[in-house]
Write a protein of this length. Structure first.
Length: 487
């Protein structure tokens, strides 16, 4: 296919060349009605690119197939059979994928390190999760993706499961053995869905971890806004094989998605595909070389350790690591990652996340020597002045037995049933009616239908005291917890 084509961008340019005068949404009419103070900040181009997909970008019947052609080009670029664009982020895409595989009260194997959007899908659909435990590193207090053997064991216990879902790469950059997990699923005649939100870049360089379609996955969801050049909420999901009907996948997306899709997001997805096909290899040559240099420079700072394959990969751990995710252990400074992230932001450096002992700085094809130098200088400055940062009580991180909660109700039933708020100390033994999710990265520590344990409650409580954010809790301060009402 001709990847010089950018159907969405070309149609947008044609719309302006035709000098169309709109009498349809959006009401700002190409920015003419927008407050000048808003235009001063956002720019006129944002409003000029914001128009309807039907009877705007394309005609009333979509006869020019603008979006369809852009999706076909994206599929060709990455070797998928079908590709669908989403303007509601991978949080929607992964729900559409789940609902294409399992329905109400049907079982779906899910890695327990799944993002909160997966749990939301379970709540909405009434799917019965069969949790597959991640691989726990007791020294680093970090979970790596579940193994293929763990999925095989789960299928042995639940042979009626309709499929499996795995998250890879994780927000920490660690990757599953996808080929082996796909083989397990296909041996049972069911599809594998991969939440590859952090892997939009993986198809475009051989030195990056294998991506889901190459590994044999059936459906892959990726957030182009995370590691690519998409705008926020720009997501795609890819499909191959015959275990998931493309018409079913499209209908599930239509069920959940908006009828007012953003042409701005479509245009950015379209342009990113062209950029990657034409320049991706060279861009990631540079990004990988830069990442190697930054890793070495950060590792040389006293009190810090930058995790690499030697820490995260091997038996009982991950099989690969995305080198563009810089996971920096700051525990040698005597402070939490939460406080280091806050201190760096105060210096004008916004990192992805911090946890009880680490910070995460992601590099992409957009970084260069200037941004790398700024990161290294900022981290060096914070490390040198770490004695001046808040020294909180240590976060009480449980081991895998304490973290793993028993699922005693369907997530949907617990979420939508009668609830009450109780003091966090009184919540032990009660059934959670809400997600409790340290964010970012957004992996729930407790979710609806799980019986709360003392260790998880202490972890969250001490985490909040140390700077952890739990935004989805009814009480983000975790003085109280929402639980299923008794009686």
């Amino acid at each position: 296919m001709d990847h010089e084509q950018v159907p969405v961008l070309d149609a947008l340019a044609a719309y302006h060349a035709q000098r169309q005068l709109p009498f349809a949404p959006p009401g700002h009419k190409q920015g003419r009605g927008a407050d000048p103070r808003v235009r001063d900040i956002l720019g006129d181009a944002v409003f000029r690119g914001d128009l309807l997909a039907m009877n705007g970008l394309d005609d009333r019947t979509s006869s020019r197939r603008v979006l369809q052609r852009a999706q076909e080009l994206m599929a060709d670029a990455v070797g998928a059979e079908h590709t669908f664009f989403s303007t509601c982020g991978s949080s929607l895409s992964v729900k559409a994928a789940m609902l294409s595989v399992a329905g109400p009260h049907e079982e779906l194997l899910v890695g327990r390190d799944a993002h909160k959007s997966v749990v939301s899908g379970l709540v909405l659909a009434g799917i019965r999760p069969v949790w597959v435990d991640p691989q726990w590193d007791p020294d680093l207090h970090l979970a790596h993706p579940p193994s293929a053997a763990a999925y095989a064991n789960a299928f042995a216990r639940h042979p009626e499961a309709r499929g499996a879902l795995v998250t890879t790469p994780t927000p920490y950059g660690t990757c599953s053995d996808l080929a082996a997990i796909a083989e397990v699923c296909h041996t049972h005649g069911v599809p594998l869905v991969v939440d590859e939100a952090w892997g939009a870049h993986l198809p475009f360089h051989p030195d990056l971890p294998a991506w889901a379609m190459d590994a044999g996955a059936d459906v892959c969801v990726t957030s182009v806004h995370k590691m690519g050049s998409g705008l926020e909420q720009g997501s795609v999901f890819h499909l191959q094989g015959d275990l998931v009907d493309p018409a079913v996948l499209r209908s599930r997306e239509d069920l959940l998605g908006t009828t007012s899709s953003s042409v701005l997001l479509y245009a950015a997805l379209d342009g990113w595909r062209r950029q990657m096909v034409q320049h991706g290899r060279a861009l990631y040559d540079d990004a990988l070389e830069l990442a190697s240099s930054v890793r070495a420079r950060l590792e040389a700072i006293d009190g810090l350790h930058v995790h690499g394959r030697e820490d995260f990969c091997g038996p009982g751990r991950a099989v690969d690591l995305d080198p563009l995710q810089l996971i920096i252990d700051v525990s040698g400074l005597g402070v939490s990652g939460y406080r280091v992230v806050d201190a760096l932001r105060a210096r004008g450096l916004s990192l992805h996340f911090g946890d009880h002992r680490r910070i995460n700085a992601q590099l992409t094809h957009a970084d260069d020597e200037a941004s790398a130098d700024a990161l290294v200088a900022g981290v060096r400055h914070i490390a040198a002045g770490a004695d001046g940062l808040p020294h909180d009580r240590p976060v009480e991180v449980p081991g895998p037995d304490g973290l793993r909660l028993e699922q005693v109700m369907l997530p949907r039933d617990a979420f939508f049933g009668a609830v009450e708020d109780v003091g966090w100390r009184e919540a032990e033994g009660r059934v959670a009616a809400e997600m409790l999710t340290p964010y970012p990265p957004g992996i729930p520590a407790a979710l609806p239908g799980e019986r709360l344990g003392a260790e998880v409650l202490r972890y969250l409580r001490t985490g909040v005291d140390a700077g952890m954010v739990v935004p989805d809790a009814a009480d983000p301060g975790l003085v109280t917890v929402r639980v299923v009402a008794e009686g």
